[in-house]
Design a protein around this ligand. Structure first.
Ligand SMILES: [Zn+2]
Length: 198
């Protein structure tokens, strides 16, 4: 027996989410049928809105409703420091610590020869453009402590240092393979404070 078309389509949609296989997708689809109309409507509206109302900041690449984003547009932020992260959620994690007052740059990925991700596939060229601004004195590289994250940090360091800008790497109280987004605030604060020069 085949599922009616609307259910089959919903199962297909759920399966596009990371870590969701056929079995979980089917369970979620049937769960959705039993949800209240207004809850499902709100859910659908959120999905549309996150794509329609969010953009990438044209300066730093962070997700934002307005361009430039709140951080790039804030005159009180320290323009001498740019902290480079892999994903927008890393910015959120670091902002929660409230101790970092510089700017950010979101790469939207890391270099990965295995997956065919090269420098032109992530948000590097706009970072290099930002360095032409004489105000920038230090770039802190806060990619995750994975093989790809380390390789990306080394690549960026070689690219940036010749411009006479200090390049530092977050100290790794963060354990190897750990993600910034999951680090607790004290660990993150220590990682920023104990950064070392590359
Ligand atoms: Zn921005």
């Amino acid at each position: 027996m085949q599922y009616p078309d609307p259910i089959a389509r919903l199962i297909d949609s759920y399966m596009k989410l990371p870590g969701i296989g056929q079995k979980t997708a089917t369970r979620l689809a049937f769960y959705t049928i039993d949800m209240k109309d207004e809850v499902v409507n709100e859910f659908a509206k959120s999905l549309i809105s996150v794509k329609r109302d969010l953009h990438f900041c044209s300066i730093c690449g962070n997700i934002t409703e307005e361009d430039p984003c709140e951080i790039c547009g804030d005159p009180t932020r320290d323009k001498a420091t740019i902290l480079v992260v892999e994903e927008p959620k890393d910015v959120m994690a670091l902002e929660k610590v409230r101790e970092y007052h510089g700017l950010y740059h979101v790469l939207h990925g890391v270099l990965s020869p295995m997956e065919g991700t090269g420098p032109e596939d992530i948000n590097i060229s706009s970072l290099i453009k930002r360095l032409h601004d004489d105000q920038v004195k230090e770039v802190i590289i806060a990619t995750n402590a994975t093989t790809e994250g380390e390789a990306t940090a080394m690549y960026l360091s070689r690219l940036i240092k010749p411009a006479g800008i200090k390049v530092t790497r977050l100290a790794h109280g963060l354990s190897v393979g750990s993600d910034i987004e999951y680090a607790d605030e004290v660990t993150l604060l220590k990682a920023v404070e104990g950064r070392r020069e590359l």
